[in-house]
Design a protein. Sequence first.
Length: 107
Amino acid sequence: MRSTNLARLCMEDDDPGLNEEVRCNHGYVLPIMTVWTPRNPGRRYWVCPYYEDPRSCDFWRWRDVEIDPRSKFVIPKLVEKIGELESALKVYESVMKPRGKNKWKGR
């Protein structure tokens, strides 16, 4: 099973920002990025591909407003829980798959 892509999962299909073409000062069309830090869990932004490089044009723009303190507390807990459940599922699947290959056939 593939790990959940939380950035994709948290995108709203009708979000006009998904179709917005944002360019840095170099003229590059920027993909929307998602940060998962405790301070900004799931917050989206655009950034120059050369950010923190001598060639950077220093372009950085948030797509989302800052989230409230409660969400900053809850979201990382939920992300952690998803990771735990995915790990448990992998263990379960690894135990059950070998049994599934040699099915016992009753009379």
